[in-house]
Design a protein around this ligand. Structure first.
Ligand code: 6R9
Length: 650
């Protein structure tokens, strides 16, 4: 049952508010009625080298083209670092909390400036130029943000690959954006386990050479654990040695507003990850404005987003948003359950965190360990709690609100996507009464709509596919190197509208409830996995003839990965093969893609035209055998009976 109680805005949010309900209504109305005027005013939150006169030039149909602040010039790193120096040189930008609880350090804006300048000079010295794609494969350490900002400073385009991806995945991404410069560390550490980052990079470079005939010129390595790792002379360079050779001053390159800032790969409904491209002016403005309004951020407060920089949440809400607002943020290297499942709240007390932003999967994981791990810590500093990544189930929402937040903290359930750059549908503290499990209402400039399968816009309370009717500054501009795929993926389902891939319900109060993906994307622990990506990894195994992958409910992860696998005729499927396949997918994609369940299937249910009927496979994975829907188009109904019989035995 969905709880539709309206939770009033807690007093702590009202006392503090940047934007109360009336102001939100007024600003929202202006933003959708007069976007030009609204964004003309709000562009001034950034420092421009050349102030734009053009504001919005966007087209969702005909030739799809999205340009914002087109004739403006700025630099993202300047906005995140340099402009704060005069007043806030000694303000703390980052509090680093290591995986090991005894490791903590602070980095002021003054320190950040010199680290980033030196980093940028190292890149320049080693031949990186404006427009070059630089790949980062990094642990959650401050150097990851120095590297991103250093790229932004000199106009290089960063492509961050999550440290949990495999060598194969790195190679594919290096090839896709033709990147020949990698920044990595010797090893990462999470939950006291080491991750062989440099070794994975070495293997990726070999795969790149063999399978893609591409070369990497340089690998810049940061010594983090000081593990001894093999180095390739002429190619590998050591950050700590290079630091001695460069000075702490490096000018910011003026960039056009529409120059690329970064590429971030994300799963789609087809096999190959998409290089989502964000540009400088619009993205930064969106990250900055949403960070301030959604978290109601006031200077001096301690803010902590637990995401990894390998995901968009880390880009927008650890690096670009908070730094552009001169915030003080915690960077956390560890995991929620090390040394124990009270780590979040221990760190909250230790650094007196006011604003805490995490994912429902992390909430569910610590929730199951018991309330005592929360209540033994004070948490008195907390004022606001955020979530992102997947729909939050009302049980987890209520626990977050009542136990973690002691019913005095506002919750912000923020719905957005890699493609949107920043929060889109979200409560604003002090302005929006809450309903557990609802992302509530759109932020400034966002015009959501719900459509049925025929493309009719639904009015009032309704359920349908979520689209956005007009552009906003933080929108992705293209799929790197493949504009046609961008148009196909987002603008061909409904002409003239941005299709999110999500299903959604709007209630009688105009609140939005995201129900999950409607395409072949599974949301595992808040991470997007394309079913096609996992399927193609499985069929790449020499014993496998065919595979179909679906999502199924999972207590902690939200959705788990369920794989139906058909073996080659001469293969006898057994438990050993199951574990071999699980390992195989980990190597092909990474641990996050590991199937949670594998079912061997003599055949897959297909229509007479050969399409796999995933709908049926989903139901069987969920053990919901009673309501398989229309099965009249099945080519061979006995296959379904077989699959059900096997599943029933489990
Ligand atoms: C920021 C991020 C995007 C997909 C999105 C949706 C799901 C994200 C959500 C949510 C319900 C929320 N999603 N936030 N669903 N409520 N608050 O997560 O980006 O990794 O690209 O994933 O995540 O399905 O379409 P990304």
């Amino acid at each position: 049952m969905t709880d539709t109680t309206l939770y009033p805005v807690p007093q702590s949010a009202l006392d503090h508010t940047l934007c109360d309900h009336d102001r939100y209504m007024k600003m929202y109305a202006q933003s959708v009625e007069d976007p030009e005027g609204f964004w003309r005013d709000h562009k001034d939150r950034l420092d421009w080298f050349k102030v734009p006169t053009k504001i919005k030039d966007t087209n969702f149909s005909g030739p799809v083209s999205i340009r914002w602040f087109d004739d403006g010039q700025l630099n993202a790193c300047y906005n995140c670092v340099d402009r704060h120096l005069e007043t806030d040189r000694d303000t703390v930008a980052f509090i680093f909390e290591g995986d090991d609880p005894s490791v903590t350090s602070t980095i002021t804006y003054g320190d950040l400036h010199s680290h980033v300048c030196r980093f940028a000079n190292i890149l320049l010295k080693n031949g990186v130029k404006k427009g070059d794609r630089v790949t980062l494969y990094m642990p959650m350490i401050p150097e990851a943000s120095y590297a991103m900002l250093a790229c932004a400073r000199i106009g290089a385009v960063h492509s961050v690959i999550f440290g949990g991806f495999s060598s194969e995945a790195i190679a594919g991404r290096l090839d896709d954006c033709q990147s020949d410069f990698i920044i990595t560390a010797d090893e990462g550490i999470r939950g006291a386990k080491t991750i062989p980052l440099k070794a994975n990079v070495d293997k990726a470079i070999q795969i790149l050479k063999e399978s893609y005939k591409q070369e990497v010129k340089k690998v810049l390595m940061i010594a983090h654990t000081n593990a001894s790792v093999p180095l390739t002379s002429g190619r590998d360079i050591l950050y700590h040695e290079e630091l001695e050779t460069v000075d702490a001053d490096c000018p910011c390159t003026p960039m056009n507003a529409e120059d690329p800032l970064f590429i971030l790969y994300t799963s789609g409904s087809t096999g190959k990850p998409k290089g989502v491209l964000h540009t400088t002016g619009g993205y930064l403005l969106w990250a900055s404005l949403t960070h301030e309004y959604v978290f109601d951020y006031k200077k001096g407060e301690i803010y902590w987003c637990t995401a990894d920089v390998g995901w968009i949440t880390g880009h927008s809400y650890i690096v670009y948003g908070p730094l552009s607002n001169c915030a003080t943020s915690v960077i956390f290297e560890g995991v929620p359950n090390y040394p124990d499942s009270g780590r979040f709240w221990e760190v909250v007390d230790k650094h007196q965190v006011n604003i805490f932003y995490t994912a429902p999967t992390a909430i569910r994981a610590v929730m199951k360990e018991g309330d005592h791990l929360v209540t033994q810590h004070s948490r008195a500093s907390l004022r606001l709690l955020g979530t992102v990544g997947e729909p939050i189930n009302p049980e987890a929402w209520n626990w977050y609100y009542s136990v973690v937040g002691d019913k005095r903290c506002q919750i912000v359930d923020t719905w957005w996507q890699t493609e949107t750059g920043g929060a889109m549908i979200t409560p604003l503290p002090g302005a929006t009464a809450l309903k557990p499990g609802s992302a509530t209402r759109p932020i400034f400039g966002i015009k959501p709509a719900l459509l049925d399968a025929e493309g009719t816009i639904l009015e009032g309370a309704a359920s349908g596919n979520l689209v956005i009717l007009d552009s906003w500054p933080g929108q992705m501009r293209t799929v790197y190197g493949d504009h046609e795929r961008f148009v196909q993926t987002y603008f061909s389902t409904y002409d003239g509208m941005y299709f999110t891939g999500d299903g959604c319900r709007r209630d009688e109060d105009g609140y939005y409830w995201i129900t999950g993906r409607v395409d072949d994307v599974i949301n595992v622990s808040g991470h997007r996995m394309g079913t096609a990506e996992v399927e193609s990894a499985l069929v790449a195994h020499h014993h496998i003839a065919e595979a179909a992958v679906v999502g199924f409910p999972h207590d902690i992860k939200g959705q788990g990965i369920y794989a139906y696998v058909t073996c080659n005729a001469d293969i006898e499927p057994d438990e050993t093969l199951k574990s071999e396949l699980t390992k195989w997918v980990r190597t092909e994609i990474g641990p996050i893609a590991s199937p949670d369940a594998i079912q061997f299937a003599p055949g897959l249910p297909k229509t007479r035209s050969g399409k796999i009927m995933r709908r049926i496979l989903r139901k069987i994975a969920e053990k919901d055998f009673s309501n398989l829907g229309d099965t009249s188009t099945l080519a061979d109904p006995s296959i379904v009976e077989d699959l059900i019989a096997t599943r029933q035995k489990e």
